[in-house]
Design a protein around this ligand. Structure first.
Ligand code: MOS
Length: 752
């Protein structure tokens, strides 16, 4: 079986490549949104509601307005008009929180912005925001954790995801379950989790007449441009969004939050640049979080382990006005072979901030439940859980009735089992020990959607032998600068260090949102087409410039390889570097544009396109001191061709660290009295840190998926988190005998 390891290749593709933006980052020269400063810039800070359900009765700004350095206190009656935004074609105009700030006097969640202080300094803005006096008409908030689907229909339809509550169905799942000889019927719960990128959400807004420029920490500058154009009633051409570097997003920065339009409105009113950096506490209230989910999974199987029925009924919570879809059932219909299947969902409204995509939305929550149920079924059957997956491996995507473009889940399990030493497992609870400690071993499979978004790019070849590649996508810390340099280098022959990369700006060719693990796969065809177009221009120059060594030839007779032009009939031995040809023609550069279509959301696909993978996890349990640790991880990922194995490994390792947090630590809890997220800081919101993380072994299979692009590269940003928590809970069961079905596993769950 081919396995892609860190073997150097002569091509930049597949070569472990340190980040090209590494030097500017480690030297502090990389400018993140809050690092941009402008003359006359003011600072804004929102006033947060301290109730979660009710109405603002009075807002007394007198004291705040009199404070030194305070320029304005904005609220519903003086901010001016901020319109709603509605999703347009593609990714344009999408917000998770549909209500613009200050639209009415209703408070629907704790921390909702109800006023905005603007001052000369951050400190003055903070003091002023704290001095605004508010009275409320207060109702009891609904932050109930037991989720039952609302029975009234949705006012607002989710931007993504199925419209029907019956999401997928084949055969007769109920009947097959009733008559199955082996059954699992369990409910699994995942908590609200909050993304915590280290870089806080930040906006700096500048107006020049009716033109708005926004510096923003964003995973999608073009969508944000569309949102702002709609909110302020401007042509899109009058809005420019710039995001040079992002200190990570995890989905929280896919779509803009209310601080963007507040900063823009304040900057317009005061005719001064306004900077608004939200606080860590606000990040738990107003910038999205992964919803809580409650998922009932029913599996029916024959006594030899063949699935006959799969029912997955899930409910998640959401804010009062919004309709984010947490697609827990995304992978369920195709992950395993089963003739009878039913997937349904429901939503429960709560007084919480808008829920949002968080790394691997839907698949991460959903696969935790379905993979846990598979592990429980294996135990009931007294069968190796890896073997249970093998028995139920589908030949095609049974929900769509089409083949997979490339599916190597079982090879992932084979390699993982070998690397982990799975054959040494003894299945009895508590039966494995090392140095006096009890070991637990667990596994799970995973998958994540693979597709392309539309993308455009430009490539320049310049007379000093350098190249420039530009695309209005973003690098959210995943290595997009480096990937673009690799792609341009591959196609033009310009060495990596001589490729300049420009991204994160709506003045560049329209690039995809940094979401769905789809940037790399999406930009491959656009960058290659742009490079080819620049090369075509170069060949015309070479053939038409007086005095050029190729003057007597037609462009079609000329070839280009490794940055050099030659006559095809003569072969590459007598070739001339492109820079020399440009200099002879007195041209600084030739440029080319390229674009490619998206495949995401294609209603009639020919292939089912996904990445696959698996996790093998070992935990160590010391009952004497109630100490549980994840002590070993082997993760194998089948994501097609890996463009940069160094950054790729980094993505999977980061996801596994997040998975340890998901399984054992992370949760956002709401106070039933006030509705406030009570652990809204990085001391109380506990995440996995270095001491929680063992060495992580990552392996990539190497099966290029040519349905996605000519390199065969799918995405790797999210899949590493999917399934991981199910492998941990299985390992914990193996060590302790406790089957935890609500995340995170708490120590008290194990003290039985
Ligand atoms: Mo990812 S949740 O699509 O940023």
């Amino acid at each position: 079986m081919p396995a892609a390891q860190d073997t150097p290749t002569t091509s930049p593709i597949g070569r472990p490549t340190p980040r090209v933006d590494g030097p500017v980052k480690v030297s502090g020269r990389a400018q993140y949104t809050s690092d941009f400063h402008f003359p006359d810039q003011l600072y804004a800070l929102p006033v947060e509601a301290t109730i979660a359900n009710g109405r603002v009765l009075t807002l007394d700004t007198t004291a705040a307005e009199k404070m030194v350095g305070v320029r304005a206190i904005f609220h519903r009656n003086n901010i001016g008009k901020i319109y709603r935004s509605t999703p347009g074609p593609g990714f344009e105009g999408i917000t998770e929180e549909r209500r613009p700030p200050f639209e009415d006097d209703v408070v629907r969640y704790y921390g909702q912005y109800i006023a905005l202080a603007v001052a000369d300094t951050f400190e003055s803005a903070k003091a002023a925001a704290d001095s605004v006096r508010v009275t409320y008409a207060k109702d009891k908030p609904n932050v109930e954790t037991d989720l039952k689907a609302d029975d009234d229909p949705d006012v607002i339809v989710a931007t993504f995801g199925p419209r029907e509550r019956l999401q997928s169905q084949r055969g007769n799942a109920e009947l097959a379950f009733a008559t199955a000889s082996v059954k699992i019927d369990q409910t699994y719960v995942t908590p609200a989790e909050t993304h915590n990128p280290i870089e806080l959400h930040a906006t700096t807004a500048l107006w020049d007449g009716s033109t708005l420029t926004l510096y923003e920490s964003s995973q999608g500058v073009f969508n944000l441009r569309g949102v702002l154009a709609q909110m302020f009633g401007l042509p899109k051409e009058n809005v420019r969004v710039i995001t040079k570097f992002v200190g990570s997003g995890f989905g929280s920065k896919l779509f803009p939050w209310t601080q963007c339009s507040l900063a823009a409105a304040a900057a317009m009113r005061l005719a001064r640049p306004v900077k608004l950096v939200v606080s860590r506490r606000m990040m738990f209230q107003t910038t999205g979080h992964r919803p809580r989910t409650q998922q009932r999974v029913r599996l029916g199987a024959t006594s030899d382990g063949k699935l006959v029925s799969l029912q997955h009924d899930y409910v998640y919570d959401r804010s009062m006005l919004d309709a984010h879809h947490e697609d827990c059932g995304e992978a369920t219909p195709f992950q395993y072979s089963v003739p009878n299947l039913r997937v349904t969902f429901g939503r429960a409204r709560r007084n919480i901030g808008a829920t949002a995509d968080m790394r691997g939305p839907g698949a991460v929550t959903g696969l935790y439940a379905t993979e846990s149920a598979m592990n429980e079924l294996a135990e009931l059957l007294k069968m190796d859980p890896v073997r249970l997956r093998a028995i139920n491996e589908p030949k095609v995507d049974e929900s769509l009735g089409i083949p997979f473009s490339s599916r190597h889940l079982l090879e992932c399990f084979e390699l993982g089992a070998e690397k982990f030493g799975w054959s040494k497992r003894t299945p009895e609870v508590g039966s494995m020990k090392r140095e006096g400690q009890i070991l637990g071993w667990g596994i799970a499979g995973c998958s994540w959607i693979a597709a392309r978004f539309p993308a455009a790019a430009s490539v320049q070849l310049r007379d000093d032998g350098t190249a420039r590649v530009a695309c209005g996508t973003q690098d959210i810390g995943t290595g997009t600068y480096t990937n673009l340099a690799q792609l341009a280098s591959q196609r033009t022959g310009v060495p990596l260090e001589k490729v300049e990369v420009a991204l994160g700006d709506t003045s560049l060719p329209e690039g995809p949102i940094s979401g769905g693990s789809m940037v790399t796969g999406s930009v491959v065809p656009a960058v290659f087409a742009a490079a080819d177009s620049a090369i075509a221009s170069l060949l015309t120059v070479a053939a038409t410039t007086p005095g050029s060594p190729f003057e007597k030839h037609a462009p079609a007779d000329l070839g280009f390889e490794a940055g050099r032009v030659f006559v095809k009939a003569d072969g590459a031995a007598k070739s001339v570097p492109f820079a020399e040809l440009l200099r002879r023609a007195n041209l600084r550069l030739v440029s080319g544009a390229g674009q490619s279509e998206g495949t995401f959301g294609n209603p009639t696909p020919k292939f089912s396109t996904h990445s696959f993978g698996c996790h093998f996890v070992e935990v160590t349990w010391q009952p004497e001191i109630a100490r549980l640790r994840v002590s070993r991880v082997v993760t194998v990922i089948d994501a097609g061709r890996i463009v940069n194995p160094l950054a790729g490994r980094n993505q999977i390792e980061g996801a596994v660290v997040m998975g340890i947090g998901m399984a054992l630590l992370e949760h956002t809890s709401y106070d039933p009295q006030t509705g406030a997220p009570i652990n809204s800081n990085l001391a109380d919101y506990v995440m996995a840190v270095n001491a929680d993380v063992p060495p992580i072994e990552v392996h990539f299979l190497d099966f290029p998926d040519k349905e996605i692009n000519e390199l065969g590269a799918r995405g790797i940003g999210e899949i590493g988190l999917a399934g991981f928590a199910a492998a941990v809970t299985a390992a914990v069961h193996h060590a302790t005998g406790v089957r935890a079905r609500e995340l995170p596993i708490k120590l008290e769950d194990l003290l039985v």
